[in-house]
Design a protein around this ligand. Structure first.
Ligand code: SME
Length: 164
């Protein structure tokens, strides 16, 4: 099945608002979660111009790299390590304005300056995280927190996605 995004414009919040129903539409008829996560990362990258956006999927004590858009990335992150592992451990969104000031930040790319990580929670368990990196300092705010959390909720309900 072919898909394309409708043109998106306006402020970051307006773009998220236009994007959300399109993401819901995008995943509606597909039951394979890898295909769905891959298309969600592509849509986020093209709509919002993120430097790096991707999923890490929970597998035992690890977050394992899933579908993403951007430069090569670390494949495994232990629970509690890095921004991703901390967001998993705390089960909460983490916004880091300056990654150099985050104790234990894992630098997959030296170009990344700020980051947001949003846990995907299903039945009170983190099953994945959404990680977004920017080349700019302090690129993420409560608008990203709100809409990436809505996207995480959409992802939590996808068939086939569970923690291993
Ligand atoms: N910076 C992350 C690692 C993943 S990459 O940014 C893609 C972290 O500290 O968990």
């Amino acid at each position: 099945m072919t898909h394309s995004l409708m043109p998106l414009s306006g402020t970051k919040e307006e773009i998220y608002i236009q994007l959300l129903p399109q993401l819901q539409h995008l995943v509606r008829d597909e039951e394979n979660h890898i295909a769905n996560l891959a298309n969600i990362t592509a849509a986020l990258k093209s709509a919002l111009g993120f430097f790096w956006v991707g999923f890490y999927l929970v597998e035992g004590p690890w977050l394992v790299l899933g579908p993403f858009q951007g430069e090569l990335a670390c494949t495994r992150i232990a629970r509690g390590k890095g921004v991703c592992g901390k967001a998993w451990e705390k089960q909460q969104v983490l916004i880091v304005d300056d990654v150099d000031k985050f104790d234990g930040h894992i630098a997959c790319s030296s170009k990344s300056r700020s980051e947001i990580v949003v846990p995907v929670i299903s039945s009170n368990r983190v099953i994945a995280v959404i990680d977004v990196d920017s080349e700019q300092l302090a690129a993420f705010d409560n608008v990203d927190r709100r809409y990436l959390t809505e996207i995480a909720d959409l992802v939590a309900g996808l068939p086939g996605l569970k923690a291993f």
